[in-house]
Design a binder for this molecule. Structure first.
Ligand code: EPU
Length: 487
């Protein structure tokens, strides 16, 4: 098991290119089950979750190869064997997103079996809405030995239907992706009300449309899908990762740094940019498509204007090809005020502030000049970072789904424990700003969603090192008793 050792206090400076989105890639990979032709996916990040999904798809009969030399390191996925449609617990327990193979299996093969995902550090995370959607497409669903078994009605094809996919916390992202993938192959028309509007769903709908699907309304809460008899192959570039981009923007802000992000999906970041502007963090476009364009009259600024992001028009192809300004693939510069203002923020489904940036924002607000309030409306218990930030000298008071953050002058390095992917990112950001040394244990959570974050941060000037826990113990820089807690 690895840990990060971080000496805080260095201002980040330099350039970083944002990777393809993890949360877009997972359903896109699963959607490759919908055709027997090759699916080529570019810019898929090399992460633990992606490797697990590849392992799962191989077990479901896909041949998968990655070309490490071509642009976007394309992954080619081709279904060659349809004899196994069971996603085994061994893989599902490593990654909840395994559930999103069920829709494609059901749509294409008329049958699928997926081990029921359990809870995780951020909450219970039920899948009832996914199942409600499949049932609305006339699938028979039952649970046996901890596995969800789903079957299309005879003769093996789903039937389009209308459904409401809203739950107690709003729409469901993977639920929408799952049901969408089933509906594109159903007979007739499907209407999904309260569909998730996340950009990752739009990316999925774009790819499915290129494969021959008929989808109207992607990005809105009402999706209308006309089922088709077959889908073909596709060559698709995954959207840039808005959460990775937000994390590096916040890393720059918390160190009072000055960094440039390439391939930044500005058009998907309106709520975070609005909040950042209120705090005193400016994110300004300096070009697009990973190329530099000097700021001149021809370059439309994406800078926040009194807290309102001014987003320019694009041709909407999302590929960054040919157009001068593609708001999903911008080059931006991040600068911030020395004095950060406190804010009130509530996480919400898109286009609201994403829950996946809540922990990182909280780390920043620990250093704001005054009291902030963060309320978590998607996963009300997603606060595993709170007790760890307290260990670093933060002043946080949790009341249910809200945390009052009373800004402090400085954070102090300490050994802390990562508990989930985004909590880990929040702790690393706090460590970058803290005085002295922080050891962040259980970094495998972070590796699920960020590609070699320590290399990127080091390239930006951070003093950060990945160390094996055993090596740490040998160096005796772990606190007494921590080694046994980790084991
Ligand atoms: N929910 C239900 N029933 C369901 C499904 C969801 O009640 O059947 C509830 C959840 O418990 C939660 C809310 O609905 O309270 C939203 O959950 P959602 O289904 O949208 O989450 P998800 O699709 O399982 C994706 C991301 C998460 C991200 C959430 C919310 C992927 C692989 N995961 O999860 O990302 O937090 O949407 O935006 O896309 C992460 O990247 O760190 C991460 C956890």
């Amino acid at each position: 098991m690895d840990a990060f050792v971080i000496y805080g206090g260095r201002r980040l400076n330099g350039r970083v290119r944002i990777n393809g989105s993890k949360n877009a890639s997972l359903p896109l990979l699963a959607a490759s089950l919908l055709t027997d032709e090759p699916v080529i996916l570019r810019d898929v990040p090399d992460l633990a979750d992606i490797r697990n999904m590849i392992r799962l798809l191989r077990s479901l009969g896909c041949e998968i190869n990655r070309d490490e030399t071509a642009p976007g390191k394309p992954l080619t996925i081709q279904v060659t064997d349809t004899s196994n449609s069971f996603a085994h617990y061994d893989i599902v327990r490593t990654m909840r997103a395994s559930i999103c193979v069920l829709g494609p299996l059901l749509g294409q093969r008329g049958f699928g079996e997926v081990s029921m995902p359990g809870g995780c550090a951020i909450g219970d995370r039920p899948v009832d809405l996914h199942l409600r959607g499949f049932e609305a497409l006339s699938a028979g669903i039952h649970l046996e030995s901890g596995n969800i078994i789903a079957k299309a009605p005879a003769p093996g094809r789903l039937i389009g239907g209308s459904m409401f996919l809203g739950g107690p916390f709003g729409s469901t992202v993977l639920g929408t992706a799952n049901v969408l993938c089933a509906a594109v192959r159903a007979k007739g028309t499907t209407v999904i009300e309260s569909a998730a509007c996340e950009p990752e769903i739009v990316d999925l709908a774009n790819m499915l449309t290129k494969m021959g699907a008929k989808i109207v309304g992607a990005g809105s809460p009402r999706l209308v899908i006309e089922g088709v008899d077959r889908l073909g192959g596709v060559d698709h570039t995954v959207m840039a990762d808005r959460i990775e981009a937000g994390t590096y923007i916040l890393a720059s802000a918390i160190t009072n740094g000055n960094i440039v992000l390439e391939n930044c999906p500005m058009d998907s970041l309106a709520a975070p940019l609005f909040r950042l502007a209120q705090i005193g963090v400016d994110v300004e476009s300096v070009g697009c498509n990973g190329n530099d364009h000097p700021l001149d009259d021809a370059t439309i600024r994406l800078s926040t204007d009194n807290g309102n992001p001014r987003l320019n028009k694009s041709n909407g192809n999302g590929n960054g090809s040919g157009n001068l300004i593609d708001p999903m693939r911008q080059t931006v510069r991040v600068t911030s005020n020395r004095r950060l203002d406190p804010i009130q923020m509530v996480t919400q489904p898109y286009p609201g502030f994403p829950t996946d940036l809540q922990a990182q924002l909280m780390a920043l607000l620990c250093l704001a000049d005054g009291n902030s309030v963060v309320t978590e409306k998607i996963f009300p218990d997603r606060f595993m970072h709170v007790p760890e930030l307290l260990r670093m000298g933060a002043k946080l008071y949790r009341n249910g789904a809200s945390v009052l953050i009373s800004g402090v002058r400085e954070l102090i390095g300490a050994p802390v424990m990562a508990s989930d992917l985004r909590a880990s990112a929040g702790l690393i950001l706090a460590a970058l700003a803290a005085r002295g040394m922080t050891t962040v244990h259980r970094i495998y959570h972070l590796d699920r969603g960020y590609e070699r974050m320590e290399l990127t941060l080091r390239q930006l000037g951070a003093d950060i090192e990945r160390v094996d826990e055993e090596e740490l113990n040998k160096r005796s820089i772990s606190v007494p008793g921590l080694a046994s807690a980790v084991a």
